[in-house]
Design a binder for this molecule. Structure first.
Ligand code: LLH
Ligand code: MG
Length: 384
């Protein structure tokens, strides 16, 4: 059964968050946004879906790179398709991103799972049927009672623990917030949260991503004293040497790389260089489910964890298929946003939190997303 159509369907939906000038997400009044689904359909009329950023998968990318590889190909040749796309990246000069490969890979896995009548995490190995979730906060802001000061973070952390979370990751302040970045403020915030939740809750920090080495070291030393479980992206990840320098001086585990290009290959270099104690990969950064699993298994072979960046069904599929990530990243969360409310284009959310702080793997065939197909059809504004 061969692939017959590859379409991006753009539709409108509503959101309660928006990104600032630097791409960090914050609460916003309810407003209409554009979203999109990548749909890969076979000759039987079965379709695999992946939600995509419409501006990250434009028509020229589909027509010049993706359709020529996929149309007429057996979807069960998923790795062959991925390798063909991966090799096209060099000649595409940035036009075919790791993210685009990730979207295609997830939609293909969804199609294969639906064809097999199995959830993808089971097809991939079935390592566990639920995973502990950590609460991942939004970045700091200037909203009183939001995430505007150490006391706000501490109060929010107490709420999260009552909700069942056994782990919390703080994203602190980053520009364009006018008083950011500020190492001392980050330290005071981490201390306030540790004080609020006590010693038994795992805490992690994802701080300003552009500190200098000396600032990153000062912050890392404080995290050691506060018994944090990991320290994430305090510097530009393009500098492997800086992370090696940092990891060699700190006892708190340094995790990375989250956003560096180069898929599983660059992650091998980070392990080899001793630039991280915990590896990091996610389906949208690393080129899809297959490539993220390569990174996870690579880490396993070195007896290190690989923590998964981001939420969603593709990342859950990886988590259900492996056991050296410890956590699912649930968020981004904020005291003023109801994360449990499904947006209109979904009937239910994929990652309901149970009282014990875990999330169950989906049971439906494929990736398990519960799309509101009627809403999407009625609100479609473009297809390419
Ligand atoms: O800078 C941000 O807005 C966050 O760090 C964001 O990228 C988030 O996805 C993240 O890093 N989670 O770990
Ligand atoms: Mg991060």
């Amino acid at each position: 059964m061969l692939i017959e159509a590859v379409v991006v369907r753009v539709f409108t939906t509503t959101a309660h968050t928006a990104v600032d000038d630097a791409g960090h997400r914050h609460p916003a009044p309810e407003h209409e946004v554009r979203a999109a689904l990548l749909e890969i359909t076979d000759q039987d009329g079965r379709t695999g879906y992946c939600q995509v950023q419409p501006d990250h998968l434009r028509e020229p990318v589909l027509s010049e790179h993706i359709r020529p590889v996929l149309i007429g190909r057996d979807p069960w040749q998923r790795e062959r398709i991925w390798q063909a796309l991966s090799r096209r990246q060099r000649g595409a000069h940035g036009g075919l991103t790791d993210r685009a490969l990730g979207y295609v890979d997830q939609a293909l896995w969804d199609l294969l799972g639906r064809r097999a009548g199995l959830p993808v995490w089971k097809l991939l190995g079935g390592a566990r049927d639920r995973v502990p979730a950590y609460a991942s906060t939004m970045c700091g802001d200037e909203t009183p009672g939001g995430l505007s000061c150490p006391e706000d973070y501490a109060a929010f952390a107490e709420r999260l623990v009552k909700r069942g979370y056994r782990g919390i990751k703080l994203h602190t302040w980053m520009p364009p917030v006018p008083f950011a970045p500020d190492v001392r403020l980050d330290i005071r915030t981490c201390a306030a949260v540790r004080e609020a939740v006590g010693p038994d809750i795992a805490l992690m920090l994802d701080a300003n991503h552009w500190y200098r080495r000396t600032e990153a070291l000062e912050l890392g030393r404080a995290l050691e004293r506060l018994d944090f479980s990991w320290y994430e992206e305090p510097m530009d990840e393009a500098s492997l040497s800086s992370y090696r320098w940092l990891a060699q001086q700190l006892a708190v585990p340094v995790i990375g790389p989250e956003t560096a290009g180069g898929k599983h290959l660059v992650r091998a270099e980070w392990i080899r260089a001793g630039a991280c104690d915990i590896l990091r990969a996610g389906v949208d950064d690393c080129g899809g489910i297959g490539a993220t699993l390569k990174a996870v298994h690579l880490a396993e072979a070195f007896n290190i964890d690989c923590e998964i960046h981001g939420n969603g069904s593709g990342n859950l599929a990886v988590l259900g298929a492996s056991d050296n990530p410890r956590w699912y990243e649930r968020g981004l969360l904020h005291p003023h946003v109801d994360f449990d409310q499904a947006p209109p284009h979904r009937n239910t959310i994929i990652d309901t939190l149970d009282v014990d702080g875990t999330v169950a793997m989906p049971t439906a065939p494929g990736l398990g997303d519960d799309w509101n197909i009627a809403h999407i059809a009625e609100h479609t504004i473009d297809t390419w």
